[in-house]
Design a protein around this ligand. Structure first.
Ligand SMILES: Nc1ncnc2c1ncn2[C@@H]1O[C@H](COP(=O)(O)OP(=O)(O)OP(=O)(O)O)[C@@H](O)[C@H]1O
Ligand SMILES: [Mg+2]
Length: 275
């Protein structure tokens, strides 16, 4: 079974897209270096803002025929073929493929509302084609809407990026509660919360350090902490150039932190999946 990672948090601007794109690209690199015969990774953008699509493909003008919109609106029997047709190669790496988002996704959500089986319109076709990939990474929008539900039902591992601020950590429990509610409510036992990433960490800010310590000491959340990404302006510069921070500046603190995180995720991917 191909592992499908979903980056989710209904809070905006916490680093979902940055983490999704860098985990996906980082996995390609690590799989290739490990000599895996198929190092391809698929990045799926479910956010109508299309930030992940824009930075990895140079475009965010995808529409009815060439984006996730087409997959969600396709006839059930054709959805897997449509999905394959909509996938494009990224400009970051030939083995990083992208199913782009579209601005039309908001409308798709309204069109799909109330249609039986709508929440599975990504999970079903993805299941049929995921064997072509070593891993899949899904970026989500900053809200808990049908599209996020669609993303979570297609996933096996939820990773929650969070900024080190008080309200974020309080909100974290509610994000985890919502993911668990999807697992229980939709009987999707494969989905689990597999990690929390603290993003934009600035050690000079005392509150950041305190919150990180609290998180580490938390009985449930501490064990889920899988990465700490420093606040690093190289990330914004890389975004501006539509490139990855790995390529923009491999020595940048964010590059190294994402590389470390991806190493950990790859370890999980190759190792046995624990409880
Ligand atoms: N480690 C970092 N250091 C500095 N800036 C960062 C870092 N990570 C992300 N950013 C910046 O923070 C902003 C938000 O990041 P990003 O788009 O990844 O968040 P998001 O959760 O996907 O946002 P949205 O909820 O709008 O989809 C971007 O401008 C990005 O360049
Ligand atoms: Mg985003």
């Amino acid at each position: 079974m191909t592992r499908v990672f979903v980056l989710t948090n209904h809070k905006g601007g916490v680093g979902k897209s940055t983490s999704a794109t860098h985990i996906a690209a980082g996995l390609v690199g690590i799989l290739r270096r490990a000599g895996v015969s198929n190092p391809r990774v698929l990045l799926i953008d479910t956010d109508s803002q299309g930030h992940a699509s824009l930075v990895t493909t140079g475009h965010n003008d995808y529409g009815t025929e060439d984006s996730l919109y087409a997959v969600l609106l396709a006839e059930r029997e054709q959805a897997a073929q449509v999905l394959l047709k909509c996938i494009v190669s990224s400009t970051w790496d030939t083995d990083l493929h992208v199913l782009p988002a579209s601005k039309l996704l908001d409308g798709a959500e309204r069109e799909l509302m109330g249609i039986a089986g709508a929440p599975y319109r990504l999970a079903e076709p993805l299941n049929q084609i995921s064997k072509h990939y070593s891993a899949v990474v899904i970026d989500t929008r900053p809200s808990f809407s049908l599209l996020t539900e669609i993303a979570l039902l297609a996933a096996t591992d939820a990773i929650v990026p969070v900024e080190p601020r008080y309200l974020e950590t309080v909100g974290l429990m509610s994000v985890i509660g919502k993911i668990n509610a999807i697992r229980e409510g939709w009987r999707h036992p494969q989905l689990r919360v597999s990690g929390i990433i603290v993003t934009k960490m600035d050690k000079r800010i005392r509150g950041h350090g305190q919150l990180l310590d609290e998180l580490k000491g938390h009985p449930a959340l501490g064990a889920l902490l899988c990465g700490i990404i420093p606040a690093n302006e190289a990330v914004s510069y890389a975004h501006h150039c539509h490139t990855s921070v790995y390529r923009y500046d491999p020595k940048a603190s964010a590059s190294q932190a994402y590389a470390q995180l991806v190493g950990r995720i790859a370890g999980q991917l190759f190792g046995k999946r624990g409880g």
